[in-house]
Design a protein around this ligand. Structure first.
Ligand code: SF4
Ligand code: SF4
Length: 163
């Protein structure tokens, strides 16, 4: 993400590649915050955005989320900070070699992002209390959470004027 130069020898990479997803670490190399981005192969932090949600409570709130998760590349999660939409779309400025195409002009949020402990070190999913990968996953949760969901779902037209 940060456009740091990839250091090391390309041939050595091919011979000693760490096959763990998203990493390409030559044997014996110590990873630091200075060289970490250079060894990150998927630039995960530049491939999505999140939007905080008002905590969903009612069936109507979850109905709305079902609509959101009906769209491609949209997921949702809840962690210790609240509920979020996860919009899995890579930044248009992310270049094929993992560098930022507008590095000197990148937005503030990109500058504030620290790689001290990022997706290179641990998948974000590991910190989720709840994760909904798609419409089906959320629907399953909603049916479990609301005993009256089926009745609500089959009478949506009657709720039109209540929302
Ligand atoms: S996920 Fe971490 S290591 Fe990879 S590019 Fe982003 S900040 Fe750098
Ligand atoms: S502007 Fe650059 S640093 Fe920011 S998300 Fe896009 S590619 Fe990454």
């Amino acid at each position: 993400m940060l456009g740091l130069p990839v250091t090391g020898n390309t041939k050595e990479y091919e011979e000693t590649q760490d096959m763990k997803a998203g990493k390409n670490i030559p044997l014996g190399v110590e990873i630091t915050t200075e060289n970490k981005c250079g060894f990150c192969t998927n630039s995960k932090c530049c491939t999505y955005i999140t939007e905080e949600l008002v905590t969903p409570r009612s069936m109507h709130d979850f109905d709305h989320m079902l609509w959101q998760l009906s769209h491609r590349n949209i997921q949702a999660y809840k962690d210790e900070d609240g509920w979020y939409l996860l919009i899995n779309n890579a930044c248009t400025h992310l270049e094929s070699d993992g560098r930022c195409g507008i590095y000197d002009d990148r937005p503030m949020i990109c500058r504030e992002y620290t790689n001290d402990y990022c997706e290179f070190d641990e998948d974000s999913e590991d910190g989720f209390d709840l994760f909904f990968e798609d419409y089906a996953a959320l629907l399953k949760y909603v049916k479990r959470r609301f005993k009256t969901w089926s009745r609500y779902a089959t009478t949506r037209d009657e709720h039109l004027n209540e929302s």
